[in-house]
Design a protein around this ligand. Structure first.
Ligand SMILES: Nc1ncnc2c1ncn2[C@@H]1O[C@H](COP(=O)(O)OP(=O)(O)O)[C@@H](O)[C@H]1O
Ligand SMILES: [Mg+2]
Length: 388
């Protein structure tokens, strides 16, 4: 079945009893407390001293066994042979159908991911893709679609980097230290991967994060593993695909393209240099990403196509099909309407939805399942709701 785009992305945060009971630090404290209590209560008798040690030893042993079991469960959960057998070719048309005007990037990225899948193994991630471009060109969306194609059962981890502006924020990715507020929840990056190692992780608008983020990611991208600070558990990223989206350095990359730095080797080196200057990234950090992909502004026709897709998706949630949603109609309306020209793809989609919301109400009230999108006499977009 072809996956459907547009799922709601959220980070799963659980705070159940089960979760707390799995926390080794809590368990150590629990074992020591119980043993201490027994010892304290009975300190008059030296007979209880061995009991204290036995209880503490048993607690430690149990912890070690739990840790081993958790580690094993996670390693077992990833079947590298199965990962290597995934064929992305069948998803390429679906991805291009949904992400418009970025075919070159989609092809290059899928080819790289396919080759990484064939090499899937402990100690290496399935890829780290750095997507640069102006806002509203489909960068985050592409990461989400690849997640849907590759791991339909596993929610992608979308981390908005404007929430990681201080070193303290960055540490929450791998979990606050034991005892700090929220440590039992684990890291925003590590916990979802501990729960399911099949993850696509998107660092959205990376240029907004504190520089410490780069140091935090070095080891993870190099070794595909890290230790969650709050629980001490080892997190395995060998089933993870990383995306970074970035709005900085657009002009610099455009210039490189204009100057003809398009062959892969020259592009990789010169685009990294450009992002060091324009985006404020360390070169060593950029070298950890397997490719820098430039997703430039969409053509007016592609913008119109995207708006049609968004509109159709929006109406479908109300059980209504939009017919004749030809992109040319929207393009005409965009070109003949001054008001539309100031909108990017994001705002234009929202604007068109807002303009058509009254018609949705009418269509719903009449039980109409199909409506038509037309351009009115003065060039404005209209929805024609057939009479009963
Ligand atoms: N190239 C595109 N093809 C299809 N839809 C797109 C494209 N660019 C943007 N969109 C639409 O606009 C929304 C916002 O795009 P997004 O991927 O968040 O942009 P950004 O490049 O800023 O990350 C998406 O959810 C999608 O519906
Ligand atoms: Mg984005």
């Amino acid at each position: 079945m072809t996956p459907q785009p547009g799922r709601i992305i959220k980070i799963v945060r659980r705070e159940s009893h089960e979760e707390i009971l799995k926390n080794p630090y809590l368990l150590v404290m629990l074992a020591i407390t119980i043993a201490g209590a027994i010892f304290g209560l009975n300190k008059a008798s030296h007979l209880f001293a061995p009991l204290f040690f036995a209880a503490a030893l048993a607690g430690m042993g149990w912890l070690a066994w739990q840790e081993m079991r958790a580690g094993k469960a996670q390693a077992n959960a990833l079947d590298y042979t199965k990962l290597a057998a995934i064929n992305l070719a069948s998803f390429a048309p679906w991805v291009k159908e949904n992400v418009r005007g970025q075919d070159e990037t989609v092809d290059a990225l899928l080819a790289e991911l396919q080759s990484n899948l064939s090499l899937a193994n402990p100690g290496r991630t399935l890829g780290a893709f750095f997507l640069v471009g102006p806002t509203g060109t489909g960068k985050t969306f592409l990461g989400q679609l690849i997640a849907e194609a590759l791991y339909p059962e596993s929610e992608p981890v979308l981390l908005r980097m404007n929430q990681y502006k201080s070193p303290e924020d960055v540490f929450t990715l791998i979990g606050p230290p034991p005892g700090s507020p929220g440590y039992e929840v684990g890291g925003t990056l590590t916990r979802p991967v501990l729960e399911n190692p099949r993850r696509v992780i998107v660092f959205d608008e990376l240029e907004k994060a504190h520089r410490d983020l780069q140091h935090c990611l070095y080891d993870i991208l190099d070794t595909a593993s890290c230790r969650e600070k709050s629980s001490g558990r080892t997190v395995d990223f060998s089933g993870s695909v990383f995306f970074a989206t970035c709005n900085a350095g657009v002009e610099a990359l455009r210039t490189l393209r204009r100057e003809g730095h398009t062959d892969p080797v020259s592009w990789l080196g010169s685009s990294r240099d450009a992002l060091v200057d324009a985006g404020g990234f360390d070169r060593a950090f950029l070298a950890r990403w397997s490719g820098i992909y430039f997703m430039d502004e969409l053509s007016p026709l592609h913008v119109a196509e995207v708006v049609c897709l968004q509109l159709a998706r929006h109406w479908r949630t109300y059980g209504i099909e939009v017919t004749h949603a030809a992109p040319e109609l929207i393009l005409d309306a965009v070109q003949s309407n001054e008001e539309f020209k100031q909108y990017g793809v994001r705002q234009l989609g929202a604007y068109v939805q807002m303009k058509t919301s009254a018609a949705i109400g009418q269509a719903r009230a009449r039980g109409v399942k199909k409506v038509g999108l037309v351009v009115g006499s003065s060039g404005q977009l209209e929805v024609s709701v057939p009479a009963e």
